[in-house]
Design a protein around this ligand. Structure first.
Ligand SMILES: Cc1cc2nc3c(=O)[nH]c(=O)nc-3n(C[C@H](O)[C@H](O)[C@H](O)COP(=O)(O)O)c2cc1C
Length: 209
């Protein structure tokens, strides 16, 4: 049970291995906990000499492989951006705990049966409705609109109404290569960096905040 509990604070800020484990515990908890700031990270991508950031919902965390997962529309610019340049950066800030986490690593986009189909099946209809969007996300429109079909604008669609939406749905995963942790404290901030290779901790260091 301890693994899914939200730590109120980092349990022992004198031990780097404990901080590293608490970071992943808090990421895992953030998937379920709407009050946790780490649930809504900014995802940054880089393409054609341009950095773009956007807020996303953290949907899944695999601690064993040090991978994180979010969902997106394959028609959104970030999808092609990641295909062209998979090196992404994530910024998490939990204002209540006053803790920032920056993650970097290669991202992969999944539309396949193995990953995307399974996640699609398990998601509630309410979070899949957006994938019925008739227009490419970010395309210019003549007037303000929700980009939802009229018949589902005021209600959550049934599962069988979502079949056309599946083609627009993708999962982005990222294998974290490095984490930079910063805890704000009245008596002095603390900062640490963790690097990973193939899902295992490779280096672990204190940094000057
Ligand atoms: C709170 C919040 C959560 C969001 N979650 C997601 C998400 O999980 N996936 C996603 O693709 N876009 C999400 N968005 C929309 C993105 O921030 C962005 O506007 C959209 O994906 C288009 O991004 P792009 O044009 O850079 O590809 C969210 C926006 C907000 C404000």
């Amino acid at each position: 049970m301890a693994d899914t509990m939200t730590p109120d604070h980092f349990s022992d800020v004198t031990r780097l291995d404990g901080i590293e484990a608490d970071c992943w515990r808090l990421l895992q908890a953030a998937v379920q906990d709407r009050s946790c700031g780490w649930r809504l990270p900014a995802l940054a991508t880089f393409l054609n000499n341009e950095v773009r950031q956007r807020t996303v919902v953290l949907r899944k965390v695999n601690v064993q492989s040090r991978r994180i997962f979010v969902h997106t529309d394959i028609r959104s610019p970030k999808y092609n951006s990641i295909l062209s340049n998979p090196n992404v950066s994530w910024l998490f800030y939990d204002a209540a705990r006053q803790v920032q986490l920056q993650l970097t690593g290669p991202a992969t986009v999944h539309t396949d049966a193995d990953i995307a189909d399974r996640i699609w099946r398990d998601e509630p209809e309410s979070s899949l409705r957006a994938y019925l969007a008739p227009h490419v996300p970010g395309s210019v429109r003549p007037a303000p609109e929700s980009n939802l079909p009229d018949d589902v604008e005021q209600r959550i669609p049934e599962r069988d109404e979502l079949s056309t939406a599946r083609a627009n749905f993708a999962v982005i995963s990222c294998e974290v290569g490095a984490a930079d942790w910063l805890l704000l404290r009245p008596n002095g901030n603390l900062r640490a960096r963790f690097t990973y290779e193939a899902g295992a901790v490779s280096t672990i260091d204190w940094l000057a905040p």
